[in-house]
Design a protein around this ligand. Structure first.
Ligand SMILES: *[C@@H]1O[C@H](CO)[C@@H](O)[C@H](O)[C@H]1NC(C)=O
Ligand SMILES: *[C@@H]1O[C@H](CO)[C@@H](O)[C@H](O)[C@H]1NC(C)=O
Ligand SMILES: *[C@@H]1O[C@H](CO)[C@@H](O)[C@H](O)[C@H]1NC(C)=O
Ligand SMILES: *[C@@H]1O[C@H](CO)[C@@H](O)[C@H](O)[C@H]1NC(C)=O
Ligand SMILES: *[C@@H]1O[C@H](CO)[C@@H](O)[C@H](O)[C@H]1NC(C)=O
Ligand SMILES: *[C@@H]1O[C@H](CO)[C@@H](O)[C@H](O)[C@H]1NC(C)=O
Ligand SMILES: [Cu+2]
Length: 689
């Protein structure tokens, strides 16, 4: 922990000091998933033994104010006071391998912090990655429900602004810290520090990542794990270990920079596919030129025989390939998705899309040994190139470094068995041995309001890619946004007729500074700026009254291809259905009967729908989700593939009014256009005014 800046921390110190010194019991609110209600948690003040005397800048007489990442990663107990967990992250451009690796090899597997500045990744020599504290993946946040999380983000990435999103965290009451540039904040400019602060209100396995530019693809992400006292876990009887080391953080990895892919080369397209996957930042790479693996270490998960471990799989990928995970000779019992508990389901393969999280229990009831973990890339983007990675599960007592069985190959890999979340499958009973997200049962009771026969707001979002004509895209003096995903093809992502762009100032704090002609609240009444253009690029804000029951129908109306994982900020939604448009062709005119038609066509759907914050829309299909809009704010809803988000595949839900939001924090940074009146005489020096 480095020295705190005394001046800037002073107001926080005083507030906390006042609070603690005048009361011997405290309380905080946490948000109950499913029922959309708050729970007040009472606690008793810490006694003096809890004071961390080692924290610089903190007076002995003041109760503990800031706790280190290590102090916050602790077992959670009912009645314990919340901690204020303090993280200090410096982001910079960096490289793999290099001089630091002559000094040390990163050994930490908890990744709360590290003293070793060496990043090995898959052994490929890569420059221009962006990392926090020279750690990869980025430092983990592991806290208890109710804790405050304070992260000072210092940006020293040359020529780049930055912002960090806390994926899965509702940010209710902390809306200004959601991290979406030009929506909930101005991005953090180079040389600046921005202090994020939010309460850990909703438990589960989440993650943080850059929401600015393409930084996430260059490495800006890391785990967030929010635990509860064990008695709150509906599946607590299924596991007896929930270790700080047992997360499986999977990233896709490029051996060049993200910008090499955007807009993308158009003569010999290098495509938008990953070169590799990494598990907890580790892996090996099969060099196609010599068919040899690099010798970097694989991720190792050490377990004791005869135990039941909770694992937390976090899909931190940015590109198009879904991934599947298997563990040799072991079943996995799914107990939570996207941080929300579900009734257990035993599977052999877990499929996930960018930003999905799956918690599962692994029983170590097999023979003492060392077993393969396989991560394979799916879809036309990864399958032909056999992009895959391995990790190792090692039982205590096994003397093998590597499993004795041959390393699973891409084609003849570990058996798939029962597959969770199969790509482009709607689980209508025609495929054996699959289980879709919509088939899961929520482990907690669901708020009855969710099943209202008529939602207050029904939002139909058909999406596709527009293929530009050359003469349209390259019309002189026009600069329409595009990407070239493959040779000779330039596209713009369109959701409900609009390719979303962000305004120069964030509406949460500077609504009045937003130029009117950027906005398009009504897709049928576009700004004059868009007259004569095939595509309107504008800020697509959809107003939703606070506390309404919202139903979103997202439909992939483009040519068949991949599934797109749509993510909603500020909420989890209930998964009502997933289907194919070829069977239930939902359009704008008959959307009001969509769910009934869907229920006629597909087998009965759960009356206990699971909750997610990220859900893939099957190719040529649709998803129907519902939520109660009880969290006011400016919330992005978007495809989580980075290049699609970057290309306009998003909308903004503006929920509630300004008066429903907390005040904009004092000195909150501002940004926007600077277009003063034009001068034709020289300004006068200040002293002469
Ligand atoms: C917490 O404290 C408040 C006020 O003292 C009380 O009304 C409430 O019942 C307490 N809640 C619990 C769960 O103990
Ligand atoms: C974490 O790493 C250390 C050193 O590499 C190892 O001794 C320990 O067993 C690991 N813990 C787990 C849970 O894998
Ligand atoms: C794995 O699951 C299958 C059925 O789903 C069951 O027969 C088998 O006993 C399970 N194995 C373990 C190790 O739990
Ligand atoms: C590129 O696509 C256009 C149609 O959009 C086609 O006329 C042209 O021949 C293509 N060029 C190449 C090099 O494939
Ligand atoms: C759905 O209906 C619309 C309008 O009739 C039609 O254009 C579209 O092709 C149909 N889609 C499918 C998948 O049948
Ligand atoms: C919805 O309307 C479209 C266009 O009129 C039609 O093609 C489609 O069959 C309708 N869908 C259903 C499920 O009736
Ligand atoms: Cu997409």
């Amino acid at each position: 922990m480095q020295l705190l800046n005394g001046t800037s921390i002073f107001p926080i110190l005083m507030t906390l000091f006042h609070f603690v010194a005048t009361s011997h019991v405290g309380s905080y609110k946490v948000y109950i998933k499913s029922s959309s209600q708050w729970r007040t948690v009472n606690y008793t003040d810490p006694d003096d033994s809890d004071i961390d005397q080692s924290m610089p800048g903190i007076e002995k007489s003041i109760p503990p104010l800031l706790s280190s990442p290590e102090e916050c990663a602790r077992p959670c107990k009912t009645g314990d006071p919340p901690k204020t967990c303090y993280y200090q992250w410096t982001f910079e451009t960096y490289h793999t391998l290099g001089g630091a690796c002559e000094l040390c090899t990163p050994t930490t597997n908890t990744s709360l912090s590290s003293n070793c500045q060496c990043i090995l990744a898959d052994g490929a020599d890569v420059s221009g990655i962006i990392v926090a504290n020279r750690q990869f993946p980025g430092p983990a946040i592991q806290v208890c429900l109710g804790d405050m999380v304070i992260v000072d983000v210092k940006n020293i990435v040359p020529g780049n602004h930055l912002s960090i999103h806390w994926h899965g965290i509702y940010q209710k009451d902390w809306q200004h810290y959601d991290g979406v540039p030009f929506l909930t904040q101005c991005p953090i400019s180079e040389c600046s520090t921005f202090r994020y602060q939010w309460r850990a209100q909703n438990p589960g396995s989440h993650f943080w990542h850059a929401h600015s530019g393409l930084h996430k693809a260059d490495g800006v992400d890391g785990p967030i794990i929010i635990r509860e006292p064990p008695e709150f876990y509906p599946n607590r009887d299924l596991f007896n270990h929930d270790n700080f080391d047992n997360f499986i953080f999977i990233q896709d990895w490029l051996h060049n920079n993200a910008l090499d892919h955007f807009p993308g080369t158009s003569i010999n397209s290098i495509g938008q596919n990953p070169d590799n996957f990494l598990v907890n930042g580790r892996g090996q790479w099969l060099d196609p030129s010599n068919r040899k693996y690099t010798t970097t270490p694989l991720a190792i998960f050490n377990v004791k025989p005869g135990e039941r471990y909770r694992f937390r799989m976090i899909n931190g990928c940015t590109l198009l390939c879904p991934i599947e995970l298997q563990i040799e000779n072991h079943n996995m019992t799914i107990i939570a998705v996207d941080g929300v508990d579900v009734r257990p389901e035993i599977v052999n393969t877990i499929t996930s899309f960018a930003a999905e999280r799956v918690d599962f229990v692994l029983n170590t009831y097999e023979l003492i040994g060392t077993y393969w973990i396989q991560v394979r890339g799916l879809s036309d983007n990864c399958t032909p190139r056999s992009v895959q990675q391995h990790a190792i599960l090692r039982y205590e007592g096994s003397d093998l470094d590597e499993p004795s069985s041959p390393r699973p190959q891409f084609q003849s890999g570990l058996p798939r068995g029962k597959v969770f979340n199969p790509v482009n499958d709607v689980c209508d009973g025609t495929t054996a041995n699959v289980i879709c997200i919509k088939d899961l049962q929520n482990a907690n009771p669901v708020n009855d309001l969710i099943f209202g026969s008529q939602p207050d707001m029904q939002i139909y979002l058909p999406f596709f890619f527009h293929n530009y004509e050359r003469t349209d895209l390259f019309r002189p003096n026009t600069y329409q946004r595009f990407v070239d995903p493959i040779n000779n093809l330039s596209v713009a992502a369109i959701v409900d007729g609009i390719s979303n762009i962000f305004p120069p100032s964030p509406p949460i704090s500077q609504l009045d500074d937003i130029p009117a002609d950027i906005l398009c609240p009504d897709p049928n009444n576009l700004p004059a700026r868009c007259d004569g253009l095939t595509i309107c690029h504008c800020a697509h804000f959809i107003n939703i009254p606070l506390n309404s029951l919202v139903e979103i129908i997202v439909a992939d109306i483009g040519p068949l291809g991949i599934s797109h994982p749509f993510h909603l900020h500020g909420y989890s939604f209930h998964v009502m259905s997933t289907g194919l448009l070829s069977r239930v062709n939902i359009t704008d005119t008959n959307k009001s009967t969509a769910l009934q038609r869907d229920r006629e066509e597909y087998p009965p759907i759960s009356d206990n729908p699971p909750m997610k914050d990220t859900l893939a829309v099957p190719s040529g299909g649709y998803t129907i989700v519902r939520f109660i809009a009880d969290n006011p704010g400016w919330w992005l809803y978007h495809c989580h593939f980075l290049q699609h988000l970057f290309n306009g595949m998003s909308v903004v839900f503006h929920i509630g009014q300004d008066s429903d939001l907390p005040p904009t924090p004092k000195n909150f940074p501002k940004c926007g256009n600077f277009e003063p009146s034009i001068l034709r005489t020289n300004p006068v020096p200040r002293g002469e005014l």
